[in-house]
Design a protein around this ligand. Structure first.
Ligand code: Q9C
Ligand code: ZN
Length: 345
């Protein structure tokens, strides 16, 4: 399987995120992707290439123009606020809620950080835009390869993407790589695309982007939002709206879920995808379902990821894999490449 690797991922390097009242070192670190890259090379899984470049206008297939413009210039604005800010990441701290205005874009930088985000755990750093944009090119390159006839391709990038929506960042995500890949498959002629999101966290960004569409089927297995991030979306009764009714499947699972129950839910998601008649599959490939993950609560083990790959392959669809979460750094490479290897066997 070909991998499109984001060589610029390290330009996004957050120092700290807000956690239980204090700033703690970021969980979403560059070494995550370095581990996956090393494992891919070690197991000779296939060619590893740089992505093509695209016109930035393609990002507007998924994201709002004012949001993209904000992200593009945010670091320079932050630094201009005062010289000392160049040493610190930008984190949002104020947000509009129910009954507030979100149709007026404030001039104040902190206010715009809040308008375009939904948590304080997602630092924006000097190279965030460059890294995220290059990651989008990885996802689009992978989709292009699959459109060209490849059985599968992998976008190896960070920051991740599935929490990013039309006009918001959060959950360590800025540009929704999986959503872009899915739209590229549609634009390349695939009539119905399925996204299966196996990250521990519900992909609230992806769900909201495609909630009213019949041409995008979104299925997600994730920690129950009653107790797990992102909390405010991901319940089983969210089934889509309008033309998209019936095209959203959430399978929340309790903290502590092990592989037998998880694997059963994956089977349910894949049957729904087959019933939908999808012609291509995008996998939001997070491995924060691992038993050793420091911020998650499922109990999957290393070998389980081989079986996940086999199950995904059994769908029989051209498949784009997009890297998402997974924070147990010393095992993230093994677990991720196990999925890809299981898929190829
Ligand atoms: N400080 C992805 O896996 N914060 N995002 C959790 C730990 C947000 C995870 C609390 C977790 C986001 C792509
Ligand atoms: Zn996650």
């Amino acid at each position: 399987m070909i991998t499109f690797y984001n060589e610029r991922h390290g330009q996004h390097h957050g120092k700290a995120e807000m956690f239980r009242g204090e700033l703690v070192p970021c969980f979403e670190v560059p070494s995550r992707v370095e581990r996956v890259l090393a494992e891919l090379r070690g197991r000779r899984l296939g060619a590893i290439e740089a992505p093509q470049a695209f016109d930035e206008a393609v990002l507007e297939r998924v994201h709002a123009r004012p949001y993209l413009q904000f992200l593009r210039g945010a670091w320079e604005e932050w630094v201009a606020l005062n010289a000392g800010n160049a040493q610190r990441d930008a984190l949002p701290s104020v947000w509009p809620v129910r009954g507030h205005r979100s149709d007026v874009v404030p001039q104040n930088f902190a206010a715009r950080m809040g308008l375009f985000s939904y948590d304080a755990g997602t630092p924006l750093t000097a190279g965030t835009w460059d890294a995220a944009r290059e990651g989008a090119w990885c996802a689009l390159s992978a989709a292009g390869r699959v459109l060209g006839g490849a059985r599968a391709a992998f976008a190896l990038t960070r920051p991740p993407g599935h929490h990013a929506g039309h006009d918001f960042f959060g959950g360590y995500c800025f540009i929704n790589n999986a959503a872009l890949a899915a739209q590229a498959l549609r634009d390349g002629g695939v009539e119905r695309v399925a996204i299966v999101d196996i990250d521990y966290h519900h992909g609230n960004g992806t769900q909201t982007l495609y909630y009213d569409r019949a041409d995008m089927f979104y299925a997600s297995l994730h920690g129950d939002p009653l107790t797990e991030y992102p909390f405010f979306l991901g319940h089983a009764d969210e089934t889509g709206v309008g033309e998209g009714l019936g095209c959203n499947l959430n399978l929340p699972l309790p903290r502590g879920t092990g592989f037998p129950a998880w694997h059963g839910a994956l089977g349910q998601a894949l049957r729904a995808i087959a019933d939908h008649g999808a012609g291509a599959l995008v996998v939001s490939l997070g491995v924060d379902t691992f038993e050793g993950d420091p911020i998650s609560g499922f109990r999957l083990r290393q070998d389980d990821y081989l079986r996940i790959g086999e199950a995904l392959a059994s769908a029989g669809l051209p498949t784009v894999f997009v890297f998402e979460g997974g924070y147990a750094v010393s095992e993230v490479g093994i677990n991720t490449v196990n999925v890809l290897e299981g898929f190829e066997q």
